[in-house]
Design a protein around this ligand. Structure first.
Ligand SMILES: [Zn+2]
Length: 402
């Protein structure tokens, strides 16, 4: 780590020139978090840093790799050079966690976490939720060595999906449908890659638009702004997944997949004849381990059956569905709520539902189950055009495509 506290109580950062100049050489240094004694390491090979004793119990002392220390320092210098108010290794007492880097803007705080080792999806989720709970945005940055790509396809591990940046989250994502999740890969010393995910392909693959930002010129604000993708590119990305589901491999046989497919078969719907209104990419898909064609087909059939009993629905009407999805997708209820809300609004854009001022929805057009894969794919193409036309129409006003 780069920060330590002296016996006089002054906290210094080795990345801060002014701090370094007035550091007494023989001082004793303490960890700002656990107060244990630290060792200042100033070898020739590695950047100067503080280290805990080998058997420490400090939560912030997981041994940092060379790559992690170096990346953290370089990202700090990049942000500093822009005149950003940035601090390294900031302890946030309210959420009891430490941010690798914390940027303070006029009206927001952004944590940059340089994640060099693969970790569990739940871990990323928990830490992100903690940051959000105290009003801090978080950007997970991964080393470039973790980027697996082939053309415009990015290969992702579960935790990497979870590390996607979604920008500000709200429960009423009216414009949020236009957000694109982004992943950041740092190619030390001076390129920050952004993979803007604009289509889902499988639990391990996504369509992405890659942008290489040169540091230090590229500003943080620029780096985290969603990219635009041409309507036709977007349409192809959406249809690649649909085509796979109509004509290609079946979704992998997870327990969730088996349950949903069994339920669909009771309604005489094999998965390749799923309603064309299901199986679309939403930014929030990054939280979900299961394929969109599965959870959306299931939810859509539930929505249709609600309309057989009543003429309007709302998020409250879908309480049972919310609980069921929360259990089976292993997602917190609050996130399922955002997910369902996003899907309802997608159905509005497909002109299947109509939304009213009081956030209720009425049915404009009853979805049909296609009689063949060809008929289904024809409908898919029609809907993809509709979604991308909406994107193109709103792109110039500052909102960005799906
Ligand atoms: Zn410590």
């Amino acid at each position: 780590m780069f920060t330590a506290t002296s016996s006089s109580g002054r906290t210094v950062s080795l990345l801060n020139d002014a701090d370094r100049e007035c550091m007494e050489t023989n001082a004793t240094w303490y960890c700002p978090f656990c107060k244990e004694c630290l060792q200042l390491k100033t070898g020739k090979k590695r950047r100067a840093h503080f280290a805990h004793r080998p058997n420490t119990a400090c939560p912030s002392s997981n041994p940092e790799s060379e790559r992690h220390l170096e990346g953290k320092a370089l990202l700090f210098q990049w942000l500093k050079a822009q005149g950003t108010d940035v601090h390294v290794e900031v302890f946030l007492p309210k959420s009891n966690q430490r941010a690798d880097l914390l940027v303070k803007n006029e009206n927001e705080r952004i944590a940059l976490e340089y994640q060099c080792s693969p970790i569990a999806r739940e871990h990323i989720r928990r830490r992100t939720a903690l940051f959000h709970s105290i009003g801090v945005q978080v950007l997970w940055v991964m080393p470039f060595e973790h980027l697996r790509r082939k053309g415009n396809i990015v290969y992702l591990k579960e935790w990497q999906w979870e590390a996607a940046y979604l920008g500000r989250l709200s429960e009423a994502p009216d414009t949020d449908l236009q957000r694109m999740p982004a992943l950041f890969f740092f190619q030390a010393p001076s390129i920050l890659w952004t993979a803007h995910i604009n289509g889902y392909l499988s639990p391990r693959k996504a369509h992405a638009r890659f942008v290489a930002h040169r540091l230090p010129q590229a500003e943080l604000e620029r780096v985290r702004t969603p990219a635009t993708v041409q309507g036709s590119t977007q349409r192809n990305a959406l249809l690649a997944y649909k085509k796979e589901n109509r004509y290609g491999k079946r979704p992998s046989s997870t327990p969730f997949s088996m349950i949903v497919q069994a339920q669909l078969l009771r309604d005489k719907i094999p998965i390749h004849l799923h309603p064309a209104e299901a199986g679309w990419f939403l930014p929030e898909q990054t939280w979900v381990s299961e394929a969109p064609v599965l959870w959306q087909s299931w939810l859509l059939l539930k929505i249709i059956s609600q309309f057989k009993r009543q003429s309007f629905i709302s998020l409250q009407t879908l309480e049972t569905e919310k609980q069921w999805l929360s259990t089976h997708l292993q997602l917190p209820v609050t996130r399922v709520q955002i997910l369902i809300n996003a899907y309802l609004r997608l159905l509005v854009r497909l002109q299947v539902l109509k939304i009213h001022a009081d956030d209720t929805f009425t049915l404009m057009q009853t979805p049909n189950v296609p009689q063949s894969a060809d008929a289904g794919f024809k409908m898919d193409q029609h809907y993809a055009t509709r979604l991308c036309a909406v994107n193109n129409a709103i792109a110039p006003s500052g909102f960005l495509p799906l």
